[in-house]
Design a protein around this ligand. Sequence first.
Ligand code: ZN
Length: 353
Amino acid sequence: MPVLARMIPSPVATIVRHGALDSILDTLADHRVSTSGRVAAVVSGGSGGALRARVGSLLPEADWFTIHDGTLDSAVRLSGELKSGHYDAVLALGGGKVIDAAKYAAGRLGLPTVACATNLAHDGICSPVSILDDIGGRSSFGVSCPIAVIVDLDIIQEAPRRFVSAGIGDLLSNLSAVADWELSHAETGEELDGLATAMARSAGQSILRHSGTVQSSDFTALLAEALVISGISMNIAGSTRPSSGACHEISHALDTLYPARRAQHGEQVGLGAAFASYLRGEKELAGDLAQVLGRHGLPTKASDIGFTGDEFAVAAHYAPNTRPGRYTILEHIDLGKDDLRGAYEDYLKHIDV
Ligand SMILES: [Zn+2]
């Protein structure tokens, strides 16, 4: 019999609601992630203590581990610490650093990860990628997608606003990333996955067209769900292609060239997406992106995150080096620094209209 459908790696449970963590043991048991509750719970060194105090009694059989930074070294160390415990799963309770470190550490041991996101800063909550700091900057590592994603909206409401709205930038950047992928398909023949682009674009459009803000539960629930869908689009593609194009190359370049001045990932890629869309000639999209980013208090200009126009142009010029082999508008137009500087000035005039 021919294979008539494909299997898509995706979480067995996606729970986005108020009080979602209150029934975490039942969730783990119902979905056969862990019937014993014997899990390794990983939290950050900062706000992780308060989180453990809050949910510790709900997980009586758990062992607790702390991750102090988002480095590859720390993730490897965590993996070593988890080795002797015979756990059913690794619970990552925290933001991006905790989830990325836990996904990487669990993957080395063949254990599933349950992502319990405490903020919505980027689409790593359900992606097959861990972003970790390594020598020379941030690196992406392929890992398994989380087996379950739990977003407790009560906890999200308490997160610093900036760590929730940054996810908006990461999702809006899908619209530029998908356009870059389609450009590459047309110019280089790179294979395009229609389902991956449909999901990534839908996730971005749902945020672009929504009039709400992170103050409302409806909007944060949609944001969380869109981040999950964006992560699954990467699982379908088998790469970050549906959500990472020139927008992300520019962000990676800012990280590499100016490591002491990094803004949040979602803030940088949102700005990168608006500029990349302008470079592609999609002026209406560039204007829409800038308008929506601005409405959510996200940067639309390099100066909003402490970079000069010259520094931003240097980063845009360097950007293709960060993802060799990825074809985007930057590789396509192949502009020099001065031309990119000029294009950035034109972009600024355009978004101010
Ligand atoms: Zn991203």
